[in-house]
Design a protein around this ligand. Structure first.
Ligand code: GAR
Length: 191
């Protein structure tokens, strides 16, 4: 069974979608640990409810490299095979990326390479594009770069606000992340 380490910073709805796909038997994986860099992240409450091993590790005031060394320690102790960024809103240091090279996935609310960085939904809305969406990709040392695993398109409707558009993108994220994760798991070398 592929062991997942999930990193969150907030709501954790993508983490929940991954967990629910596992519970439904759609994903041959187990959640080995959930780590939030924000101590009061709502996603930690969900982890607690379902008895998933969870860690609150406050990143405030800690140097990125030092914080990431602690993250690596927890993820190694939990023997994770893949790291899933699920609304983890902190850049990872090069040594973290090297420690899990080719084994870190991220979900981003745009059709990358369009609209990387923060507030991707607002960026798409302001650019008046007709179609946006979401992307699951492997993480490299760039900002929202790295090989794309899967994408889903979402039309921007005439009556949309940033909020309504973001909500429809999020619905697609919840379908896309488990599907992309299944593809990444299938491509892992057999141990
Ligand atoms: C999601 O929309 C995710 O795509 C985005 O943060 C939200 C987290 O929601 N991530 C990024 O923008 C990363 N650059 P969640 O905590 O409910 O999963």
């Amino acid at each position: 069974m592929t062991r997942l380490g999930i990193l969150i910073s907030g709501r954790g709805s993508n983490f929940q979608a991954i967990h629910q796909a596992i519970e439904r038997g759609e994903l041959a994986a187990e959640i080995a640990c959930v780590i939030s860099n924000v101590p009061d992240a709502a996603g930690l409450g969900y982890a607690q409810t379902y008895g998933l091993p969870a860690h609150a590790l406050d990143s405030k005031g800690i140097k990125r490299a030092d914080f990431d060394t602690r993250l690596i320690g927890i993820l190694h102790d939990a023997k994770v095979d893949l790291v899933c960024l699920a609304g983890y809103m902190r850049l990872l240091s090069p040594h973290f990326i090297q420690a899990f090279a080719g084994r870190i996935l991220n979900i981003h609310p745009s059709l990358l390479p369009a609209f990387p960085g923060l507030d991707a939904q607002s960026q798409a809305f302001a650019a008046r594009v007709k179609t946006t969406g979401c992307t699951v990709h492997f993480v490299d040392e760039g900002l929202d770069t790295g090989p794309v695993i899967a994408q889903a398109q979402v039309p921007v409707l005439p009556a949309d606000t940033v909020e309504s558009l973001s909500a429809r993108i999020l619905q697609q994220e919840h379908l896309l992340y488990p599907r992309a994760l299944a593809m990444a798991i299938a491509a892992l070398p057999k141990s």
